[in-house]
Write a new protein. Structure first.
Length: 98
């Protein structure tokens, strides 16, 4: 079993101590930055009563983004296949002798 490492994370104005896999640390930190940036954006652009309002708006935004991305895996897969085919074609053209 992989050892979990403890890290402190800040969401809004609260600090939380969590344990994560070392391999996930970069993704967690990038996600936290995204969340806190969105909180700041919502705080700047919308009236809210307290931090809980802003966090709720960010959760809704984040869930919507994930849902929208989850609805298009087939398109992403097809695009990846097309890019791979084009790359192979380019490799073939560049390595062939004139």
């Amino acid at each position: 079993m992989e050892e979990l490492i403890p890290i402190n994370v800040v969401i809004g104005d609260r600090t939380y101590r969590i344990r994560i896999s070392p391999a996930d640390e970069e993704v967690v930190r990038k996600t936290l930055k995204l969340i806190n940036d969105k909180i700041l954006e919502f705080k700047t652009n919308f009236a809210g009563k307290d931090m809980q309002d802003y966090i709720a708006m960010v959760i809704l935004w984040y869930a919507t983004q994930q849902k929208a991305a989850g609805d298009q895996p087939l398109i992403a897969r097809e695009t990846e296949q097309q890019l791979s085919a084009m790359e192979k074609l380019l490799d073939k053209l560049l390595t062939s002798e004139p």
